[in-house]
Design a protein around this ligand. Structure first.
Ligand code: PAF
Length: 282
């Protein structure tokens, strides 16, 4: 498998693939891979001839005091996993390659970045959209795969791609869960066994919300209160937000009329976990 460290080598490789008529899928990651990432790579291979996985822990999407330095990294294991699913290439630039001295451009999506995670991580999505725009420019993919666990990230990237006329198809990949229902995340590794047990309340409260909607509940406040009670009963989690939003605008909704997303972020010690479920009243 090819490992590329520089943008110029990445350009040459992509140009040669494109000249040979190959379709390229990009799977952007920050490494410390798990089954969720591998499912995105498999999905990419169904949409393209060549799958390129990027591994880059992007410093500018971490706020002050967040876990950039401690973010888990395991290069050898990542490479083994990527090889196991048959991806073709890893693009793994150093920070200096992505943000050389003098770098000063930011890509920012104005409105849908502001709610949900944007409230407590005000600079996060600018960091994400900036690096994803750079990865698109570096890798020149035809399509790129993003997980639905980061629902807001997916919507923000879709918006950026559309607004900037970027010729990249954005493919959403379904959330992959552990056996106990916890959404897979590289940050699950931070959880103590007690926190891990308590964290099951996140997905459980979302599944219960879906059932409540299926049974006719339309009041977002009732769903939010139910999830709040469920999660606080566990005692260990500190709720950042629990919200029900329109899937299109990511603005809060009080009544579930159209397709909505219930999204939450809860801190367990050092781990800030996010999860969501799409609610369909019809
Ligand atoms: O979802 C992630 O792992 C990151 O936010 C991404 C999309 C790779 C950008 O750094």
């Amino acid at each position: 498998m090819k490992v590329i460290r520089t943008v110029s080598e990445m350009h040459s490789y992509s140009d040669s693939l494109r000249a040979a008529g190959k379709r390229i899928a990009l799977v952007p990651t920050m490494g410390f891979l798990h089954e969720g990432h591998l499912s995105l790579m498999r999905l990419g291979s169904r949409h393209a001839d060549t799958v390129i996985v990027s591994i880059f822990v992007n410093p500018i999407q971490f706020g002050p005091g967040e876990d950039f330095e401690d973010y888990p990294r395991d290069w050898d294991r990542d490479i083994e996993l990527i090889e196991s699913v048959g991806a073709d290439c890893v693009f793994a630039p150093e920070v200096e390659e992505m943000y050389p001295e003098g770098y000063q451009t930011t890509v920012s999506v104005a409105r849908i970045s502001k709610n949900l995670c944007g409230m407590s991580r005000p600079t996060h999505f600018d960091g994400v959209t900036t690096v994803v725009a750079k990865l698109f420019a570096g890798v020149k993919p035809h399509c790129a795969v993003f997980g639905e666990k980061d629902f807001q990230q997916l919507m923000v990237i879709k918006r950026m791609t559309k607004d900037m006329n970027l010729d990249v198809d954005i493919i959403p990949g379904p959330i992959v869960r552990e056996e106990d229902g916890i959404a897979m995340s590289s940050r699950n590794t931070y959880l103590t066994p007690e926190e891990r047990t308590a964290a099951r309340s996140l997905s459980q409260s979302l599944f219960e919300a879906r059932k409540m909607v299926e049974d006719g509940e339309r009041d977002a406040g009732v769903l939010i209160q139910h999830a709040t009670d469920r999660i606080t009963a566990e005692d260990l989690g500190q709720i950042d937000y629990i919200k029900v939003c329109s899937v299109d605008t990511l603005e809060d909704c009080t009544v579930i009329e159209g397709e909505s997303v219930m999204a939450l972020a809860v801190k367990f010690g050092k781990a800030r976990l996010i999860d969501n479920i799409v609610l369909n009243p019809h």
